[in-house]
Design a protein around this ligand. Structure first.
Ligand SMILES: Nc1ncnc2c1ncn2[C@@H]1O[C@H](COP(=O)(O)OP(=O)(O)OP(=O)(O)O)[C@@H](O)[C@H]1O
Ligand SMILES: [Mg+2]
Length: 426
C-alpha cells in the first residue's frame, strides 16, 4: 500500500541522465522557471546507461489495465550482473541524494480525495507555495525562538528517538480562536523544515481503517495536519471514531510509516477535547494562539503597513490595555484595506477595537472570504474577549500567575510542554 521509494529514486535518476535525449519519445514539461524544459521518460521507452564498463538498459513499463501500475525493468548482461548490480543500485541512491541536495526541494501540499475502498492512491498534490514564514507570523519572540529550536533539535534527534524505541515524530497542538494564525503557522513550519504537507480532511475519510491507509501513504519529511479536530470530534461529521484518531496519533502503525514526521492538530479550544488525545506522547507540544495584543499589533503594523512607529501607537496601546482585542486576521485585514494610508489604517483599527463587538461581524465576513476558515467566536478564550477594567486586569493577572505556577508544576510531571505566551501577561 505504500509508495516504493526506490521507484521514485530510479525515476529521478533516469530523468537526470543525458541519454534521456536519445529516447525515441519523451514527455516535455515546463520547469520551475517558465523557460525551463524538462524531459521525462515516456511509457514503454528504453533508456541506456553505462556503469563500470557495462551497459545496462531500463524500460519504463506502465500497465494498460485498470491498475495503471508502473514499473522500471532493469536489464543487465548476465556476465556483468554479479559484479555491478549492487554498486549500481547504490550509485542511484547517491546520485538521487546529490540531486535532492542541489535543488531546493519543491514542497508539495497533499490533500486526501474522496475515495472508495478500491482506490489505492488516496492523496493528490499541488505545489505548496504558501509564503508564510516564522518572520511573518506575529508571535511573542521568545515563544517563536523556543519553537524554532524545538524543531531544530527534533531534526537532529534520529538516534535519540531510536535508542528510546520510539518513532521519530513529534506532535503539536495549536489552539486558539479563529484567525489567530494557526494555519499560517503550519505553513511557516513546513517552509522552515522544508517538509511536504499532508492536509487530512476528516470529512472525506471513510473510517478508521481508511485513516490508517492515508497515514501509510504519507512519505518521510512531512507535516501531517488535521485542522479543526474539535469540530470533527464534537460534530460527528466524520466516520472516524475517537479510538481511530488515538491510534492515528500514536498507534503501532506510526512505527511502520515513513519517519521524520511532524503531526499538527488545530482546535479552537481545548475545553471539549478528550484528555486521552492530549496526553503526552500523543501531543508533545501545546501552543496557544491568542487574540492580538499590542506587541503582536506592532509586528502586524510593521509587516502590513511598513510602520515601525506612529503617533497613534500610544492610543492603540491604551485601548489594548483596557483588554480590547481582535484577532490578528481581523486587524490584518483592516490594514490591508487601508494600506495606502497608515494613519487611516490605524484609525480604523482603533475604531474596530473600540466597537469590538459591533464591528466583528463585518470584518469576519471578509476573513471568511479570504481563507474559507470557520469562525466560532463563542469559543474565544474568556481572557481575551470583552472589555475589562484596570482592577479586573490585575485580578486576571493574579489568576494567570497562579495558573502559570500550576502549569509549571504539572509540566514537570508530564514530558509534553505547553508553550503558551501566557508568561507575557504575568
Ligand atoms: N499571528 C499572526 N501573524 C500574522 N498574520 C496572522 C496571524 N494570525 C492571523 N494572521 C493572518 O490572518 C489570516 C488568517 O489566519 P489563519 O488562517 O492562520 O488563522 P487560523 O488561526 O488558522 O484561523 P481558523 O481557526 O479560522 O482556521 C491569514 O491571512 C494570516 O496572514
Ligand atoms: Mg486555520
Amino acid at each position: 500500500m505504500q509508495e516504493n521509494q526506490l521507484y521514485s529514486k530510479v525515476s529521478v535518476y533516469l530523468n537526470s541522465l543525458a541519454s534521456m535525449e536519445d529516447s525515441n519519445y519523451t514527455n516535455l514539461f515546463t520547469g520551475k522557471k517558465s523557460n525551463d524544459i524538462i524531459l521525462r521518460l515516456d511509457p514503454s521507452q528504453v533508456i541506456d546507461d553505462d556503469f563500470l564498463g557495462a551497459r545496462v538498459s531500463w524500460i519504463n513499463e506502465v500497465k494498460t489495465d485498470t491498475t495503471h501500475s508502473r514499473a522500471f525493468v532493469l536489464k543487465i548482461r548476465k556476465a556483468d550482473k554479479r559484479r555491478i548490480l549492487r554498486p549500481y543500485l547504490q550509485q542511484i541512491h547517491t546520485v538521487f541524494d546529490e540531486l535532492e541536495q542541489k535543488k531546493k526541494r519543491e514542497l508539495k501540499l497533499y490533500m486526501n480525495i474522496n475515495g472508495d475502498q478500491n482506490q489505492n492512491r488516496r492523496w493528490r498534490f499541488v505545489p505548496f507555495t504558501h509564503p508564510s514564514t516564522f518572520e511573518t507570523i506575529a508571535m511573542e519572540s521568545d515563544l517563536k525562538n523556543k519553537l524554532k529550536s524545538d524543531l531544530e533539535s527534533f531534526l537532529k534527534a534520529k538516534q535519540y528517538y531510536h535508542r528510546l524505541g520510539r518513532a521519530w515524530k513529534r506532535s503539536y497542538l495549536l489552539y486558539g480562536p479563529s484567525g489567530t494564525g494557526k494555519s499560517s503557522f503550519i505553513a511557516a513550519m513546513a517552509n522552515f523544515l522544508g517538509y511536504d504537507v499532508y492536509d487530512i480532511d476528516l470529512s472525506r475519510v471513510l473510517g478508521d481503517s481508511d485513516l490508517k491507509l492515508l497515514l501509510l501513504q504519507t512519505t518521510t519529511k512531512s507535516v501531517i495536519v488535521v485542522e479543526d479536530l474539535d469540530r470533527f470530534l464534537m460534530g460527528k461529521s466524520t466516520a472516524v471514531s475517537l479510538s481511530g484518531v488515538l491510534n492515528f496519533m500514536d498507534g503501532i502503525l506510526n512505527s511502520c510509516c515513513a519517519e521524520e514526521r511532524i503531526m499538527v492538530f488545530t482546535v479552537n479550544s481545548k475545553d471539549h477535547i478528550d484528555p486521552a488525545i492530549l496526553r503526552p506522547g500523543r501531543i508533545d507540544v501545546h501552543i496557544h494562539f491568542p487574540l492580538c495584543d499590542f506587541s503582536a499589533f506592532r509586528t502586524l503594523a510593521n509587516s502590513y503597513l511598513g510602520v515601525k512607529n506612529h503617533k497613534l501607537f500610544p492610543q492603540v496601546e491604551e485601548i489594548f490595555q483596557t483588554g480590547a482585542s481582535l484577532s490578528p486576521a481581523e486587524i490584518g485585514e483592516l490594514m490591508i484595506a487601508n494600506r495606502n494610508s497608515p494613519s487611516r489604517a490605524l484609525k480604523s483599527v482603533i475604531t474596530a477595537l473600540q466597537t469590538e463587538g459591533d464591528c466583528r461581524g463585518s470584518v469576519d465576513v471578509g476573513r471568511r472570504l479570504l481563507d474559507g476558515g470557520s469562525r466560532n467566536s463563542t469559543e474565544d478564550s474568556p481572557d481575551h474577549s470583552g472589555i475589562f477594567s484596570k482592577e479586573n486586569i490585575n485580578a486576571i493577572k493574579d489568576i494567570k500567575k497562579l495558573y502559570g505556577l500550576l502549569k509549571l508544576r504539572s509540566s514537570r510531571k508530564a514530558p509534553s510542554f505547553d508553550l503558551t505566551p501566557g508568561q507575557r501577561d504575568v
